[in-house]
Every structure is written in structure tokens, then in C-alpha cells.
Design a protein around this ligand. Sequence first.
Ligand SMILES: Nc1nc2c(ncn2[C@@H]2O[C@H](COP(=O)(O)OP(=O)(O)OP(=O)(O)O)[C@@H](O)[C@H]2O)c(=O)[nH]1
Ligand SMILES: [Mg+2]
Length: 186
Amino acid sequence: MCFYGPVAFIRKILPAGTQKSCLLILGLDNAGKSTLTASLAEIFNGDSKEPGKQASEWSLTINNSRVQLWDINGELKNRQSWPNYYKKVKVLIFVLDSTDALRLSEARCVLCDVLMHQELDKAPLLIVSNKKDASGSLSMSTVIDLMGLDRLSARDWTLKECSTRSGSGVQDIVSWISEKINGNRK
Ligand SMILES: Nc1nc2c(ncn2[C@@H]2O[C@H](COP(=O)(O)OP(=O)(O)OP(=O)(O)O)[C@@H](O)[C@H]2O)c(=O)[nH]1
Ligand SMILES: [Mg+2]
């Protein structure tokens, strides 16, 4: 039997294993990953739900393609599960709480450990300096300094500032994701 249907519909009914792109969102607990995820779901799918405390899997439609998104809880006890996701990851986002100078050194070590995994070598990396609306938010140059990002070379990475609460800067993140997902399909 032949089936002729819109490409978007066919992609929608494909099982998760056949999906092309996987987007992983990591970062310390309280950084704002689930808040960002809810914004992305709303923008890409017109849908959102309350941020949860557990690892959560989403299916986004980006550029007519289905993208699997994993928003993983960042508490210490959950970080050991992170490498289980690395093999399939095409695009990586690491979220920072820009108001928490003390925890940026922890975030630096955690990011460093994540990037040691070779499965992620080819994944474009977006570091999100979140909570720019809050008082005490650190400047981009301070974040670069405290995170040691000037030493992060030999990979496709970029740093963007945003407030997932107010929505400021989120569109820029959306554009970055769309561009990278497009790049993966070429
Ligand atoms: N001021 C401000 N608060 C934010 C922003 N984004 C998230 N928050 C708050 O930060 C807290 C943590 O946000 P979550 O999105 O749950 O953080 P998470 O990174 O998913 O945390 P875990 O799931 O515990 O790893 C919540 O109280 C959010 O409302 C932001 O841009 N500005
Ligand atoms: Mg969360």
C-alpha cells in the first residue's frame, strides 16, 4: 500500500529512535533549564507545561523536523545519569545562573567534565547565561572569566545572555537552535 502524506505528518508518527536530531539541555540545578525548555516548547510547538523536577523528554518541531529534547535535572545526585544521553546528542545547551557567582566555579567544573566525553565532540554548544533580569546578574565578560571560556577552543561554541523569565534573549536562542538543527540535516 502506498501512503502519500505531508512530510511533517510522517515525521510525527516516526518512533523516537528514527528521529534525526537530539537536543540536550544541561546545567546545575536551579539554573533555569526547565523554564527555558517550557519557553522553547511554547515557541516551537505552541505548547508548554510546568517545569518538572525529573528528567523530561520533549518532542519539538523545528524547521519541519522532529527534534527530541531532553531537559535533565541538574542536582548532584542526578548528574551521573547525564552520560547516558550523550551518544545521541547533536546539539548541546548548558544553562548558567548568572546571578550565582559562587556556583559558577562548580558549573565550570561540571561543564569541563561534560566536554571530556568524546561523544559530544561534534555537538555545537550553546552556553546560556540566564536570569539577566535579576539584580546581581554578572556581565558576559565576568561569566567568560569565571567559567574559563577563553580556554574553550577547538569546538563550535557560543555564549548568549537571556532571561527565560521575561523572555528577553530567548528568540536569539531559538534562532541559534534552528540554525544548528538545519546544519545537522545538511
Ligand atoms: N529571575 C529569574 N528567575 C528564573 C529565570 N529562569 C528561571 N528562574 C527561576 O529559577 C528557578 C529554577 O528554575 P528551573 O527552570 O526549575 O531550573 P532547572 O535548571 O530546571 O533546575 P533543576 O531541574 O533543579 O535542575 C525557578 O524558581 C525559576 O522561576 C530567569 O530568567 N530569571
Ligand atoms: Mg528542571
